[in-house]
Design a protein around this ligand. Sequence first.
Ligand code: NDP
Ligand code: MG
Length: 382
Amino acid sequence: MKKISLLGATGSIGRQTVDVVKQHPQHFKITAFAVGRNLDLAKQWVLDLKPELVSVQTKDDCELLKTEFGHLPTKFVHGMDGLVEVAVFADSDILVNAVIGSVGLYPTLKAIEAKKDIALANKETLVTAGHLVMEAANKHGVKLLPVDSEHSAIFQALQGENSKNIESLIITASGGSFRDRTREELKDVTVEQALNHPNWSMGAKITIDSATMMNKGLEVIEAHWLFNIPYEKIQVLLHKESIIHSMVQFHDSSVMAQLGTPDMRVPIQYALSYPDRIPHEAKRLDLSEIAKLHFNSMNFERYPCLRYAYEAGKTGGTLPTVLNAANEVAVEHFLNGKILFLEIEELIERTMESHQTIFQPDLETILEVDKEARSITQSFVK
Ligand code: NDP
Ligand code: MG
């Protein structure tokens, strides 16, 4: 029985993690979880999962839960301290980090110090401070198990392989909701159109990131850190069906790919069952039914956010922190109807240009730069 701490239990990945756990009660149990503001679902999970510890974002919500569930042995906590308490919970073996944004960084570092293995969905954590996370993971001997489908595919393709034989990583990209539009046709797209992803049903932020291709940019940086591969050896390939989840090219010319119908519960479950595999009900892949798969090379003019991400990753230091923070703020403004779709990339570019990169930043510097970048992006919004 693997005991799980889950951050972001009410989100898209969080809900699918709960689903995986419910399918395999003999294998998994959620002993602690954290949510943001979705109290209704948090209450349901308290009753369904009977956790020992629950964290919510605000003190008021925490008090509400304490009153409502006073008869239960569950402990309720809140805020960043609450997130950390869940992340390092003594009665859990693994942390599933499925919060959105760089708020996931500090609890991840604390969980690593507490020697918890980590199933990581929260890619912003690796983008904003990959060097600190990997250094800590190596120091404390903890495993970082990818949940992102592309990274899970690469991780699976690398089982039993020696990383010195890797020639390149090939990350596939569906192209998101606007893949069939020209840049001209992006000028007045709506939030609703942007949220309509053709292959995956995900949280709002990552769905917009998919439309701008920033998601792939964040994934390139995530892959760089997880697999310790230089940016020159990481390629992105457009593949609209999302059947091949990513590939590894070895230097003998062999290519290993991982395939499957698009269903995030599969990589979530693999991260939890690793190194074993357990049955899953996901729709089976029928290649004769699909008949054709399509591939296109990436166009960096069409998707400038991917270019910014490579640039930030290659430069290193605090520039990826700035890229990520500016993106988080810009996407939030787009979702709130304050800026146009194409202004997302413009805000990111301007924020990056205004930043003087600091190399080898420590945690304090990262947190400061993250905060500062957010306010700079904010100041560019009219
Ligand atoms: P969602 O927006 O659906 O969920 C985010 C979760 O984080 C919610 O549970 C939310 O709580 C919680 N949360 C947000 N802010 C805070 C906070 N300050 N304190 C505590 N909890 C907070 O996101 P997704 O599930 O889509 O994505 C999660 C992560 O996984 C992201 O990093 C994303 O890039 C990555 N990912 C997602 C995939 C997907 O299919 N969705 C695929 C691959 C990667 P609440 O709702 O209660 O406010
Ligand atoms: Mg992905």
